[in-house]
Ligand binder design. Structure first.
Ligand code: HEM
Length: 294
């Protein structure tokens, strides 16, 4: 029986490298199948996008394009990729060499579109200083939220990942008073507690997983990123489908009631993509039986 890729449910690592690949124009994607089937994923996470799955044949029905939310009050850019790789580790040099090995394996078929190095900040905080991940489901609840089960032998153990890079205006954020910052999140920076007087736009009020019908639980493993002149959060959420992510996202962008999430006061998404992470077999190799190849 195949199981979920180990890196999916593991805690956020000290550092990671997220790589988005696109299909190499004019090259058949089919040789990639053997490469993927023969590679042990270890602690890394591998997701396949619709462009690649479509080029190979047909993928699991749950894999779709990143949504254009109707009635969204803010922009939600999409940037699809053929394959998404999250290399997880503790040593930047070791990650670089692992990246080189993956790129060498995939390069006959795929081109690197973007490499983004991410890192853990303090005890798992967003760069604003707010703890990220507090209300994540854990143990069996995390498995129930993130891993496909009871669908079919081929698909069980899969997960679907939504990936969105957000770019912060940290100077603008820091010009706000501590109370205004807490109102954006609906949690107090000082003690990470939620507070009732937070405005309706407060992020944790918009995103409250139990307030959705059905409940919208997901497993978030977001990580900060920074380069010489910009910084933000690489939002990463795993689900047994994209439904929970889409329910929360729709409310955040004001599609339900016109109230836009307070986060948009200082940050905005600059891309967005969906991937299917196939399960792995007993030797840690990707089980691609759910892929119907042509
Ligand atoms: C820059 C972007 C974002 C930042 C900085 C951010 C930060 C946070 C923080 C600090 C919390 C409170 C602690 C916690 O429970 O983790 C939180 C909660 C949460 N966020 Fe975000 N978030 C971002 C984007 C998103 C997006 C795009 C979604 C989904 C579409 C999302 C879904 C959630 C959920 C489901 C919760 C837990 C709510 C609850 O049940 O209490 N977040 N986020």
């Amino acid at each position: 029986m195949s199981v979920v890729q180990p890196g999916v449910l593991s805690p956020v690592p000290a550092m990671a490298c997220a790589i988005r690949f696109v299909c190499r124009p004019g090259v058949s994607a089919h040789p990639l199948l053997d490469v993927l089937r023969e590679t042990s994923v270890g602690d890394d996470v591998v997701g396949l996008g619709r462009t690649l799955v479509g080029a190979l044949g047909a993928g699991p029905p749950g894999l779709r394009d990143f949504p254009q939310v109707e009635n969204a009050r803010v922009g939600l850019p999409a940037k699809p990729g053929a394959l998404w790789l999250l290399l997880r580790g503790v040593d930047r040099g070791e990650l670089l060499h692992r990246r080189r090995a993956w790129v060498a394996r995939l390069s006959p078929t795929l081109d690197v579109d973007e490499v983004l190095e991410t890192f853990m900040y303090a005890d798992g905080r967003d760069l604003t200083g707010y703890v990220d991940g507090t209300e994540n489901p854990t143990d069996g609840d995390a498995v129930a939220a993130a891993v496909v089960s009871g669908v079919s032998d081929q698909l069980d153990g899969s997960t679907f990942v939504a990936v969105q890079r957000w770019q912060h205006d940290l100077d603008g954020f820091e010009r706000r008073s501590p109370a205004q910052r807490d109102d954006i999140f609906g949690r107090r920076a000082a003690d990470n507690e939620e507070f009732d007087s937070a405005p309706e736009s407060a992020h944790v009020k918009r995103a409250a997983q139990e307030s959705f019908e059905p409940e919208a639980f997901m497993v978030r493993r977001s990580m900060p990123w920074a380069d010489t002149d910009a910084a933000g959060l690489l939002f990463i959420a795993y689900g047994s489908s994209f439904d929970a992510f889409e329910a929360v996202l729709s409310r955040m962008v004001g599609a339900e009631d016109g109230v836009v999430d307070g986060l948009f006061q200082f940050t905005r998404p600059v891309d967005g993509a969906y991937y299917w992470c196939p399960p792995v077999d007993a030797s840690g190799k990707l089980d691609l039986r759910a892929l119907k190849t042509k």
